[in-house]
Structures are given as C-alpha cells and as structure tokens.
Design a protein around this ligand. Structure first.
Ligand code: ADP
Length: 257
C-alpha cells in the first residue's frame, strides 16, 4: 500500500497525567517522515487538541460548557500543529492542516474542494494533518456537523483520499472478544472481514480518562473502511516503530479486510 492514513488517539500523544508526551510526538514525526522518505504517501489524523489545550491552560478537567471546550480546542489545536510542524520540519518535512466537519464532507462542492486540497498537498509531498473542526461543532448530539469522533473521521479521510490502508493506533493492541482492560481471559481477533451485530456486541466503552469512543467507534470506522473495500489495522501506538513493522507486512494487531 502506497497511500496510508494513520490515526492516533489522545492516549498516544498525552501522558495519563494530562501532560504532552513530547517523546511520542517526536517519535511519530520521525517514523512518519521516514515512511514518507521510503516513498509512501502519509496522512495523519491526530486527536489531542482538547488535551493539549488543557495542558497549555494549566487545567486538569475539561470545562463544562461547550463554548469553553471549543475555546480550549482552539488553543490546543494551534499548539498541537505548532509542535507537529516543528518536529516534522526537523526531519525535513512540511505539514498542512485540514480541519473538517461532517457537513463539509457531506455537501458535494465542499467535499470536492477537500479532495482537491488533499491531492495538492500530497502532490507537493506535504503531510496533511487532519482533525475535526471543533470551533464549528463540538456537541455530541450535533449530527449535522459532527463526525463525533476521530475514528469515524479517519475512515472518511480514507475515502476522501482514496488511500489503501487506515492504521488506527490506540492504547490496545487489537480488537478482542471482550474488553481486555477488564477481563484477563479476553482473546484477540487476527482478522475481521465483516462488522455484524455479534461483533458489535463485543465492543465496549473506553476504560481510560482520555479515550473517547472506545471500541464502538473503531468498529464503525472499520465498517466504513470495509464497505469501501479497503483495509484497516488496529494496533497499539505505545511503541510507534510498530508502524515500520506493519508497513513491511508483519501481521500485527487486528486486520479488518
Ligand atoms: P483511543 O483514545 O486510542 O481512541 P479508546 O480509549 O477510545 O482509544 O478505545 C480503546 C479502549 O477500548 C481500550 O483501551 C479498551 O479499554 C476498550 N475496549 C472496549 N471493548 C474492547 C474490545 N472488545 N477489544 C479491545 N478493546 C476494547
């Protein structure tokens, strides 16, 4: 696969104590830059705007009101991109920011404009970094503008860019028959070829503070990916060199294909 979308969760780039994990951000920039040097086209979907915003504003809890959360996301998104921009620059690569909302990718004209922007960035060997535009939509029940989570967003980005593979990095090394954080005897699926009700019933919420969707949103994303006849790999982002191994064909995590 030549064109790849990589999605990282907040837990991959933030410490559990709420501070920014610079080691991980630097490592991610290094690995993706090297993959780019190998000739791969890389698109990064990164969460973390609210987490980074909270860290910057010395807050430990998410504010209660939606406007306050949006303000924190606005601060955090700027800082997040500033960090990525510097790290990628150190490894010889330029990044470009793409902020999306659901209405933008649903409406044909703005959808095509988005596709064109991705194409131009990739043509210019720039690494697009994508996030949901929280300024416009943050409310969980806002079905018109909100993707709701970056798992779904990353599957839409796969469609928009016609990429071959979505690598979803989480704090867990794959999809299990029950939540492995709670059950020691959970066993991991190597391959899933269809998302049906039985599979969906095995997915549970996140058990971490930062996690958003848990497994349910990851399976929703997998469903979009499978319907587009493309592939998704769910793997653990704790050691980011796992990306080298995945892209050299090693069987790691859970493959949705
Ligand atoms: P991220 O922040 O990386 O998007 P989440 O915390 O939202 O990740 O989701 C991953 C979590 O989902 C895991 O840490 C685990 O606690 C939970 N989970 C629930 N059900 C399952 C399952 N069947 N298999 C694997 N993980 C599961």
């Amino acid at each position: 696969s030549k064109r790849i979308v990589i999605k990282v969760g907040t837990s991959t780039i933030m410490y559990p104590n709420g501070a920014i994990n610079l080691q991980q951000m630097e490592k991610l920039s290094f690995v993706l830059s090297d993959l780019k040097n190998q000739g791969k086209e890389i698109i990064l979907v990164s969460s973390g705007a609210i987490g980074v915003g909270l860290a910057r504003m010395n807050l430990t809890e998410r504010p209660v009101t939606i406007p306050e959360q949006q303000a924190i996301a606005s601060i955090g998104q700027t800082e997040l991109m500033s960090l990525y921009s510097q790290f990628f620059y150190n490894y010889g690569h330029q990044v470009g920011q793409i902020l999306l909302t659901k209405d933008v990718t649903d409406f044909p004209v703005s959808r095509q404009n988005t596709v064109n922007t991705f194409e131009q960035l990739l043509l210019k060997h720039v690494i697009p970094i994508v996030n949901e535009n929280d300024t416009v939509s943050v409310e969980e029940l806002d079905h018109l503008t909100r993707f709701g989570d970056n798992d779904t967003l990353s599957a839409i980005v796969l469609e928009l860019t016609d990429a071959d593979l979505l690598v979803m990095l989480s704090d867990i090394d794959g999809f299990y028959d029950k939540n492995p954080m709670k059950y020691k005897d959970a066993s991991r699926f190597d391959t899933i070829s269809e998302i049906n009700d039985t599979i969906l019933s095995l997915a549970q919420d996140s058990s971490t503070k930062f996690g958003t969707g848990g497994m349910i949103t990851k399976l929703n994303a997998a469903q979009i990916v499978l319907e587009a006849q493309k592939n998704m790999i769910l793997a653990n982002g704790e050691d980011l060199s796992i990306l080298f191994r995945i892209l050299s064909g090693e069987k790691i995590g859970t493959l949705f294909s």
